[in-house]
Design a binder for this molecule. Sequence first.
Ligand SMILES: Nc1ncnc2c1ncn2[C@@H]1O[C@H](COP(=O)(O)OP(=O)(O)O)[C@@H](O)[C@H]1O
Ligand SMILES: [Mg+2]
Length: 229
Amino acid sequence: MSSFIELSNVSKSYDSPGGGDAVEVFSGINLQVDEGQAAAIVGPSGSGKSTLLNVIGTLDQPSGGEIQVDGLELNALSHKEAAAFRNQTVGFIFQSHHLLPQCTILENVMVPALAGHSKISGDALRQRAEELLEEVGLSDRMHHRPAEISGGESQRVAVARALVNDPKLLLADEPTGALDKANSDKLVELLVSLNDKRNLTLLAVTHSAEVASRMGMTYRLDDGGLVQD
Ligand SMILES: Nc1ncnc2c1ncn2[C@@H]1O[C@H](COP(=O)(O)OP(=O)(O)O)[C@@H](O)[C@H]1O
Ligand SMILES: [Mg+2]
């Protein structure tokens, strides 16, 4: 039986703009993450952590190897299928929350469900967005705009937004990177509880040993290879 996430012999290199040797970011990456697991990826800056997360989320393409997520062979997906996969199966959280400044908090949470792949719309969508905001502790800020809430609160809105299409996988790239200690603790608490309650598979890139220690498993990316910590 295959794992929920399976990488075999995955590599990534970028062509050099000047036409010189390609820059190899990583190669020979093997990784297996079971459904409902929480795993951290750590490693020095520039080691390819974001690139690795992006190829798993089909935001970028590997140069070689195979990736399966939820039984789907990612290499075989058409552009349209990959877009549906990103929208329906994956929730993304980045270091910066990327909330739309002109929309309310509630509208921001609904955005991923407006992309056309979603099974939920209208009143049901609004209700779901309200419930998610309650879950992340922000029901009282629903009608505010992003400029009117704090960085920690914005990142919790980003978590609610990532969950609106009920994904199976949460990919978080340095989700606490821009937060102070108290807000970082609160966000990690939230991610861990979601992983627990919803059987949501969580893959989080982090610089923080403390954040990594809250995940069930830690992998280190260094010198172009991935090893279990
Ligand atoms: N689009 C790109 N073109 C060329 N090189 C890139 C591109 N994106 C990332 N890189 C290079 O790949 C390496 C890994 O980057 P990244 O995945 O962002 O690392 P990390 O997230 O671990 O800091 C870096 O050396 C970076 O310069
Ligand atoms: Mg990065």
